[in-house]
Write a protein that binds this ligand. Sequence first.
Ligand SMILES: CC(C)(COP(=O)(O)OP(=O)(O)OC[C@H]1O[C@@H](n2cnc3c(N)ncnc32)[C@H](O)[C@@H]1OP(=O)(O)O)[C@@H](O)C(=O)NCCC(=O)NCCSC(=O)C[C@H](O)C(=O)O
Ligand SMILES: [Mg+2]
Length: 295
Amino acid sequence: MTSTARPRRSVLYMPGSNARALEKGRGLPADSLILDLEDAVAPDAKELAREQIAAAVAAGGYGAREIVVRVNDLKTPWGKEDVKEIAACGADAILLPKVESAAMVQELEALMVASGAPEHMAIMCMMETPLGMLRADEVAGSSKRLSCLVMGTSDLVKDLQAAHTPDRLPVLTSLGLCILAARAHGLAIVDGVHLDLQDDTGFAASCVQGRELGFDGKTLIHPKTIAAANEAFAPSAEDIAWSRKIIAAHSEAAAEGKGVVVVDGKLIENLHVESAQRLVSMAGKIEELAAANAE
Ligand SMILES: CC(C)(COP(=O)(O)OP(=O)(O)OC[C@H]1O[C@@H](n2cnc3c(N)ncnc32)[C@H](O)[C@@H]1OP(=O)(O)O)[C@@H](O)C(=O)NCCC(=O)NCCSC(=O)C[C@H](O)C(=O)O
Ligand SMILES: [Mg+2]
């Protein structure tokens, strides 16, 4: 497994065919960028998009943002060429769409290796079909290169013949299955997109729901939503202060040979300390990322 514990609060899609967006990505405060060759790119623009993405990533300038390239399904006329071109361009990860089996991930990995992908290049999987949901555990355990699952709720709603509702009840089972699979295999997982760019309230509610469900962050389609996602998925100042307080209190109790301690009326055990340590560590990584991108 590659390192999964990095900030992925805001994960912005940008069409690889849109040169302006690729340029703009160098200055946006998103934690990760998905440079897209799949659904955001029309068939007759696929080759241009591939060239533009490879050139933009090779040219650099994206700071410490995670650079992910979404390739086309390997069964399409473009998928295999996408991987050959992208594998050694300097991107951090390749994102495979509509993943439904371990075999699909392993086919990608073999192609990446044959195309000169460095060992640290990760694989991410789009989880967006009914079969993918039913095989989430198999997919999540399919490769040591796998770092993150990415929910594709638009394709999922279409294939389920369901509806986009504010409470997202029609997709909750699917979200839960993928979160279970990701965490069981030590992977990161980010939530699907909110399609209505004028619905700030609905977007904020879906961020809160995503965070409460356990997602690390949210995929986005427009830069104007980055700040809200960054805030929603970052530990609050209050959470950080509380975490530091219980880490210190538990450490003092441990020095006296005690396994538990009560802080402000709440029982604190080792499991709470582990969560607190993860939260404080993530807060530090968010600060480091911001500092690195400001350089
Ligand atoms: C939705 C958009 C087509 C809107 O674009 P536009 O009309 O250009 O928006 P604005 O005029 O408001 O843009 C303002 C400036 O921001 C830049 N911009 C806009 N979007 C992006 C972006 N995604 N990345 C980078 N920069 C962006 C514009 O260039 C303007 O800049 P400036 O020139 O300085 O004024 C557009 O937002 C867009 O294309 N979004 C991405 C759509 C996309 O990628 N869709 C596919 C992914 S979603 C998906 O497939 C999920 C999954 O598979 C599933 O099934 O659920
Ligand atoms: Mg999709």
